[in-house]
Design a binder for this molecule. Structure first.
Ligand code: NDP
Ligand code: 8X3
Length: 255
């Protein structure tokens, strides 16, 4: 049975969706483990949330591309919090908008290692704790890019199609165990995502010009809702876009 206040581990909690999930779930009384490479950000967030909501929050540096770093973070978090019920494999990024024939190795490797390998490493480390707890929920953060490819996004889209495949495989593999598997797949949302991808703040702002995009809290709310449903309900996948985005290629702009 789902505990009233599940213990939730979130990767990529230093900004965007991960930070918003931390804020929302702390307000619901969940204990949290927050990881990212920028330790100072997650540590400050942990302090703030503990002060505001009186919940226990473990925070630490971790790099999802590195097995030892992920394993150490997950073990320390579970020890500090008394176990884990939920893993949110959120950390991810896009790097550049190169066509397939021109993408530098560095960008390709950053996306595949973080969005595919990092997700595997996170879930592989977390799952024994969910099994031990006797109840669990694994969240993948996919994307519309995992449903519909677009020019300049070949490798990012491949990584998010990969996320979809992993979520579907894991759900089959865990069938019969008390562990839910959900993929939340957002469209355009204004976070640090485009700043990281384009490495240019003005260009990043232009992505959302004239549009009312999703916020990080809209995506966090999808996670909260799936998590709080009765035990026998599993939301496999949520494809969530802002009203202005009818598809990857059709976005209404007020200019
Ligand atoms: P942000 O850039 O705001 O957040 C990304 C988070 O991932 C940061 O906390 C970052 O922390 C962390 N991260 C990146 N690489 C690593 C790593 N190697 N190890 C640990 N943490 C890492 O973007 P979003 O919140 O938008 O992105 C979150 C997820 O949502 C990603 O998987 C993204 O692909 C996906 N997504 C985003 C959409 C959007 O339009 N914004 C739409 C659909 C999906 P740090 O740099 O401190 O390590
Ligand atoms: C992020 C959304 O459209 O930039 O996954 O790929 S998009």
């Amino acid at each position: 049975m789902r505990p009233e206040h599940p213990i939730v581990l979130i990767t990529g909690a230093s900004s965007g969706f991960g930070e918003a999930m931390a804020r929302l779930l702390a307000s619901q009384g969940c204990r949290l483990a927050l990881g990212a490479r920028r330790a100072e950000r997650v540590e400050a967030l942990a302090e703030e949330l503990t002060r505001a909501h009186g919940v226990k929050v473990y925070a630490g540096a971790m790099d999802t591309r590195d097995t030892a770093s992920v394993d150490a973070f997950v073990e320390a978090a579970a020890a500090a919090l008394g176990g884990l019920h939920v893993v949110v494999a959120n950390a991810g990024l896009a790097s550049g908008t190169h066509k397939l024939w021109e993408i530098p190795d560095e960008d390709m490797e950053a996306m595949l290692r973080t969005n595919v390998e990092g997700v595997v490493k996170t879930i592989r480390a977390g799952l024994p704790h969910l099994r031990k707890a006797g109840w669990g929920h694994v969240f993948f953060i996919g994307s519309t890019a995992g449903h519909q490819p677009y020019e300049g996004g070949g490798v990012y889209c491949a990584s998010k199609f990969g996320v979809k495949a992993m979520a579907q495989s894991l759900r089959l593999e865990l069938n019969g165990e008390p562990i839910r598997v959900t993929s939340v797949d957002p469209g355009m949302a204004e976070t640090e995502f485009s700043n990281v991808r384009l490495k240019d703040d003005a260009k990043a702002r232009a992505v959302y010009q004239g549009v009312k995009p999703l916020t990080a809290f809209d995506v966090a709310e999808c996670v909260r809702w799936c998590l709080m449903l009765p035990d026998h309900v599993n939301i496999d996948e949520i494809l969530v876009k802002c009203l202005d985005q009818a598809s990857v290629h059709k976005v209404h702009r007020r200019v």
